[in-house]
Design a binder for this molecule. Structure first.
Ligand code: SF4
Ligand code: SF4
Ligand code: SF4
Length: 582
């Protein structure tokens, strides 16, 4: 590998050719502040916060895009550099709606952090306060352009990661803002609701549609039972909102915290319905293979992926598994089985799912998912961030809570359910169960070839004489490439797992905000995934079929996979949507 020698603040550094000054500085443990930069996603050198000085170079250089050169001498902290950064931030604040105290990003806002670090005067260039209308119309995301710094990170996430491009820059000068084509509100655009734009935003301009108050109201209502369940990935990320190390598994503390939110609250484990999804989905796959039905079968547990197919590739709707997602299955189980068994009117239970993304907020409102036309099965879907805010508001010292179990009867799950939160996890869990169906004596549990960070993984397994080729991808830009390959007749797999968020739900749009330093220099996806795979390895049962709760629910209620009742409560249908507008 060709390397380059340079000095940063008089410290000699040797780095690979092609590195930027920002990357080289990181190697020397020197942090250069950034704002618009997001590694591999948004490298446009636009905000000018990362400016540095270099010997024998005129003017300042943008460290995030300037490549290192042999013999270069860089200075990251000179008076000229500090003055430039400070002025840049002061200019950004001159037209910013400065409402820190009531802003959801207070204390984790990158602009606020820069302002504090640089000691800026927020009023030095007191300008006109912007008056953009707040886009509050979609069930998943709120956009407040009055707080936008035009860094383009959300636009890049939507275009470069998801390959969708439903948002972009509109207008010029003081009117410059981000929006959808013809300035339509997000609910009118073919947005899939993934929330990757939200986790990319450094400030409070993009947030989830907040729903915590609805949950507080239900908890305050003595006629209601409030039933929470948490998605598989939440246990691997919630701790970050309480300054715990990335990849800490906080399942026990999370269950303890939820139970302490109110005396009418129960905490259930959504890994159980991840198991249930697999039982139904693996049976559906075997049925499709054996009976010559539509293949490849697509997983359907990611609602942003489902909406993507509905908008952009409706011809592939028959490929989507008819299984509801674990969130939707749990809502149906609670308003169906649980209410019947406990003799409760479904109107008296308030079902709250805690989920990794904003897309599941949309999913919760889909009419096709109602198992009874009179009510939604899931009343509110909260992101990990919203749950963290509720725990903080309840005054709970999260890190010091004891580990507790989830509430019975939905407290037990298998490793197959646990790994749903990482890319490849759904497919691996389905393979474990499909192998059982095809060969009762099949012993292999780990299908490690489907795990990992590669954009697309295609693997062929032979189980009981049946060859199964599977493909896994995450990020909708990658999914689009696979679908185009299918259209050209070049794809040869029986099952495809797609998670909209790169790395899977552990990197969902509703997960805790990351600092720039983490986004750009830490493999946080690997750390979060490891927490799930470690738990899977330690589980008493790793194949979804072995779960005692699964056995109980089929014995007492659903009888067998695909039977009439299971079909009514656990399966769904999809709707082709307009490619341009909802
Ligand atoms: S939610 Fe996803 S699809 Fe919609 S604008 Fe954001 S990144 Fe794009
Ligand atoms: S909404 Fe956020 S991410 Fe998008 S341009 Fe504005 S500040 Fe940047
Ligand atoms: S990958 Fe997971 S977190 Fe991302 S949109 Fe899909 S379900 Fe939500």
């Amino acid at each position: 590998m060709e390397t380059v020698h340079l000095k940063i603040n008089n410290i000699p550094v040797e780095v690979p050719k092609g590195y930027t000054i920002l990357q080289a500085a990181k190697e020397a443990n020197i942090e250069i502040p950034t704002l618009c930069y997001l590694k591999d996603i948004n490298c446009i050198g636009a905000c000018r916060v990362c400016m540095v000085e270099a010997k024998n170079r005129r003017g300042l250089l943008a460290a995030c895009v300037y490549p290192v050169e042999e013999g270069l001498e860089v200075f990251t902290n000179t008076p000229a550099v500090i003055k430039s950064r400070k002025t840049t931030v002061e200019l950004l604040l001159s037209t910013h709606k400065k409402k820190c105290l009531s802003c959801v990003r207070n204390n984790n806002c990158e602009l606020q952090k820069l302002a504090v670090e640089l000691g800026v005067d927020e009023d030095r260039f007191a300008g006109e306060e912007p008056r953009f209308e707040i886009d509050n119309f979609s069930p998943y995301i709120v956009r407040d352009n009055n707080k936008c710094v035009n860094c383009m990170r959300c636009v890049a996430a939507c275009k470069n990661v998801q390959g969708i491009s439903v948002i972009g820059g509109i207008d010029r000068g003081f009117n410059a803002h981000i929006g959808s084509a013809f300035d339509k509100t997000l609910d009118k655009a073919p947005c899939v609701g993934c929330g990757q734009c939200v986790v990319s935003c450094p400030v409070g301009a993009l947030t989830e549609q907040p729903e915590e108050q609805k949950v507080w109201d239900a908890i305050a209502d003595p006629t209601k039972q409030v039933l929470f369940f948490t998605a598989p990935s939440i246990k691997a990320t919630l701790g970050e909102a309480f300054d715990m190390p990335i990849g800490t598994n906080v399942e026990g503390k999370m269950a303890a915290a939820i139970k302490r939110l109110g005396s009418n609250v129960k905490a259930f484990n959504m890994d159980f319905t991840a198991d249930l999804t697999i039982i139904e989905e693996a049976n559906e796959l075997v049925d499709r293979i054996k009976n010559g039905k539509t293949l490849p079968m697509f997983t359907s547990c990611c609602p942003a992926w489902v909406k993507f197919v509905e908008h952009y590739y409706p011809e592939f709707i028959p490929n989507l598994s008819t299984c509801k997602s674990p969130q939707a299955m749990f809502g149906a189980v609670l308003k169906g089985y649980y209410c019947q068994k406990n003799n409760i009117d479904p109107k008296d239970v308030f079902v709250v799912s805690v989920i990794p993304c904003t897309a599941k907020k949309f999913e919760a409102t889909r009419p096709q998912l109602r198992s009874d036309e009179n009510y939604d099965d899931v009343d509110v879907a909260l992101t990990t961030r919203e749950l963290a805010r509720m725990i903080k508001r309840a005054g709970l010292e999260f890190a010091d809570l004891p580990d507790e179990d989830f509430d019975a009867p939905f407290n037990k799950a298998t490793g197959g359910g646990v790994i749903f939160g990482a890319t490849g996890g759904v497919l691996e869990a389905a393979l474990r169960t499909a192998a059982r169906i095809l060969d009762g004596d099949f012993k292999q549990v780990d299908f490690v070839e489907v795990r990992g960070p590669e954009a697309v993984r295609e693997v062929t397994y032979e189980i009981a004489g049946v060859k199964i080729t599977v493909a896994v991808t995450s990020g909708l830009g990658n999914a689009r490439m696979l679908l185009e390959k299918m259209k050209r007749g070049e794809a040869n797999f029986q099952m495809l797992e797609v998670m909209s968020c790169p790395g899977g739900c552990i990197n969902g749009g509703g997960q805790p905000y990351r600092t720039d330093a983490v986004s750009n220099f830490v493999d946080y996806k690997a750390l979060r995934s490891k927490a799930l795979y470690d738990q899977d390895k330690a589980c008493e049962f790793r194949v979804c079929d072995d779960s005692p709760v699964i056995k109980m629910i089929y014995d007492e209620y659903f009888e067998a996979p695909g039977k009439e009742k299971a079909h009514h409560y656990l399966h769904t249908s999809y709707t082709a949507r307009d490619k341009y507008y909802k």
